[in-house]
Ligand binder design. Structure first.
Ligand SMILES: Nc1ncnc2c1ncn2[C@@H]1O[C@H](COP(=O)(O)OP(=O)(O)OP(=O)(O)O)[C@@H](O)[C@H]1O
Ligand SMILES: [Mg+2]
Length: 265
């Protein structure tokens, strides 16, 4: 296992979504459990993948890490702080160190804002000096290979790959310690997927941050991670180095994942 500081640490996390029944049942709140005691560690600068089929709880797990869904049991530490025990303002400060690229680029960008505004908004709300905002926007745009011309466009004028570049630029705007990506290539054309994978790996090298990628695709995990965990029905069933998992899977479900991956290439 890698050494260094732990950036994200989940201990026995149980989490899910509240439901209320109809009629008199609406008086009782019930949690539909999705994550069933998940443990996860991401170290400084490493690349980790969470692999699982649709509905296994991948996005739910990310919501928990991003401070958006409080677990019913267990703890979530980000940069050594138990985020759900922090006052709101401190939690926001810790989570500024976490960059996030959501699952669907087509839905994630406000269609009414130009790219320049999308990138400058997080800086402005963090009270950056106005004279520094434009410089930083250009800097991150350059890092993801977006031209100045693109900064004046609206999301609807961009291709899926360009939108994903904008989202990646926005996610690194505060120079985070970790970048979390939810299915970063699955909404994109095959020809664009490799470019986005290369971009993420370049950012990993350049900014020396940790990368946590969620994917249902073993191929993507192989390119974007060194270590991986397999999530099945809300539980971690296997973890280790990605190459070891692929060559020597321990769990029957992992075997199935590998077989379907090999059939697809
Ligand atoms: N906001 C919500 N309210 C209630 N249930 C939800 C909510 N979001 C997700 N779920 C349920 O939680 C389970 C896990 O969903 P989740 O989105 O975490 O899966 P996923 O692994 O990210 O799937 P996908 O690969 O399709 O994105 C599913 O059964 C889903 O229906
Ligand atoms: Mg998801």
């Amino acid at each position: 296992m890698p050494d260094g500081n732990v950036i994200v640490l989940l201990k026995d996390v149980v989490a899910g979504y509240q439901t209320t029944g109809r009629g008199w049942r609406s008086l009782f709140k019930h949690v539909n459990v999705v994550l069933r005691g998940v443990n996860l560690r991401v170290y400084d600068g490493e690349r980790v993948a969470i692999i699982g089929e649709s509905g296994s709880g991948k996005t739910t797990l990310l919501k928990v890490v991003l401070g958006l869904l409080k677990p019913v049991k267990g703890s979530v530490e980000v940069l050594g702080k138990d985020i759900y025990k922090l006052p709101w303002r401190e939690r926001v400060n810790v989570l500024k160190q976490v960059g996030y690229v959501p699952q669907d680029p087509y839905k994630a960008l406000n269609p009414k804002l130009r790219v320049r505004t999308i990138l400058s908004e997080p800086l402005e709300s963090a009270k950056a000096k106005p004279e520094e905002v434009e410089g930083r926007v250009r800097e991150v745009a350059k890092m993801v290979q977006l031209s100045d011309k693109i900064l004046d466009k609206y999301p609807g004028e961009l291709s899926g790959g360009m939108m994903q570049r904008v989202l990646i630029a926005r996610s690194i705007i505060h120079d985070p310690e970790i970048l979390i990506l939810d299915e970063p290539t699955s909404a994109l054309d095959v020809s664009i997927q490799a470019q986005i994978i290369e971009l993420i790996n370049n950012i990993h090298k350049k900014l020396e941050l940790a990368i946590l990628t969620v994917t249902h695709d073993l191929g993507v995990a192989q390119y974007l991670s060194d270590r991986a965990v397999i999530l099945y029905k809300g539980g971690v069933i296997e973890e280790g180095y990605i190459d070891d998992i692929i060559t020597r899977p321990k769990h029957e479900y992992t075997n199935l994942l590998i077989a379907s991956y090999k059939a697809s290439i």
